[in-house]
Design a protein around this ligand. Structure first.
Ligand SMILES: Nc1nc2c(ncn2[C@@H]2O[C@H](COP(=O)(O)OP(=O)(O)OP(=O)(O)O)[C@@H](O)[C@H]2O)c(=O)[nH]1
Ligand SMILES: [Mg+2]
Length: 281
């Protein structure tokens, strides 16, 4: 077990203050979450800060997640009273729907106004979830810097959407302590936590534990296993052997196996996977 994953560098504390300061200036908050971990990727600090402010939840990276679960989670968040959209910021799927929704909110805001005011919104979420990619989709150009690692955006950035809409990109933030260790693991699996502070072999072992229960067939198919091991470690060793990740003297290369499985999970090469299910009511 990986104990106490923690990553709360100073810039996240600053971002928290930035969100707080700018909240009164915006009409709307767009909370971007990761469709593979819809519960773990909801930051309780953001939830607390945003409070009753109008909010749209974007279930991003929906292309990497289980399509059935995307539907179930969208429904769940709707029932909680949120506006929800499943998106893929790589292909742009869902972007037009989001723009239409934003235009509707903008027009409602200006319904009785003598002078039209722009709709101002803030994009918030955990690191690496696709906030800047979403902004680039909305602006239709590369306005914000993106990258395949957490902590790419630093400082705030106001952008003009042109059609009387303005948005603020913010750096991804986490929170100081994950009460539930599974939340820390889920965030680490999905790349929201800096890989440099993680032990990739142990992380892989934890991921296999989850996949063995949630998606056993996918795991077997991807790694051409006729059966899973008795333990996650056994399965990891079977994968290593299948792939030939063996060091001199016949020792298993856990590091390389770990990196491979984690990478293949993150790119959905193993399959479309959602790690968390909606809790039954
Ligand atoms: N498959 C897939 N990848 C995505 C999607 N959206 C973003 N990405 C990728 O996810 C990575 C992170 O995207 P960013 O837009 O930089 O994420 P961010 O939330 O701004 O990250 P920080 O600024 O570090 O907090 C990049 O490699 C993107 O290409 C999506 O919908 N699907
Ligand atoms: Mg960013």
């Amino acid at each position: 077990m990986i104990e106490n994953i923690n990553w709360y560098p100073g810039h996240m504390k600053k971002t928290r203050e930035l969100i707080q300061e700018n909240l009164k200036m915006v009409d709307l908050v767009v909370e971007v979450i990761d469709a593979r971990i819809p519960s773990s990727s909801r930051n309780p600090i953001i939830d607390q800060l945003v409070g009753d402010k109008k909010r749209i939840i974007v279930l991003n990276k929906s292309d990497l997640a289980d399509a059935e679960e995307n539907k179930a989670w969208s429904e769940f968040f709707k029932q909680e009273g949120n506006m929800v959209l499943a998106m893929n910021c790589m292909s742009g799927q869902g972007a037009n729907q989001l723009i239409r929704l934003l235009e509707k909110i903008r027009d409602e805001k200006n319904k009785d106004a003598a002078r039209k005011k722009p709709l101002r919104m803030m994009i918030v979420g955990i690191p690496n979830v696709g906030k800047s990619s979403l902004i680039n989709r909305l602006t239709g150009k590369k306005s914000a810097k993106t990258g395949n690692k957490p902590g790419v955006t630093r400082g705030k950035q106001w952008l003009n959407l042109g059609n009387d809409m303005q948005l603020l990109d913010t750096p991804g933030i986490l929170w100081p302590k994950f009460e539930d260790p599974n939340v820390g693991l889920n965030l680490a699996f999905c790349g929201a936590i800096k890989d440099e502070i993680l032990d990739i072999a142990t992380l892989c072992l934890e991921l296999i534990k989850v996949l063995q229960v949630r998606y056993p067939e996918m795991l077997m198919e991807r790694y051409k296993l006729t059966e899973l091991g008795e333990t996650a470690l056994d399965t990891m060793e079977l994968i290593a052997k299948k792939r030939g990740f063996i060091l001199s003297g016949g020792r298993i290369d856990y590091e390389r196996t770990g990196k491979t499985v984690i990478d293949e999970f993150r790119s959905a090469t193993i399959g479309h996977i959602t790690l968390e299910q909606v809790e039954p009511y």
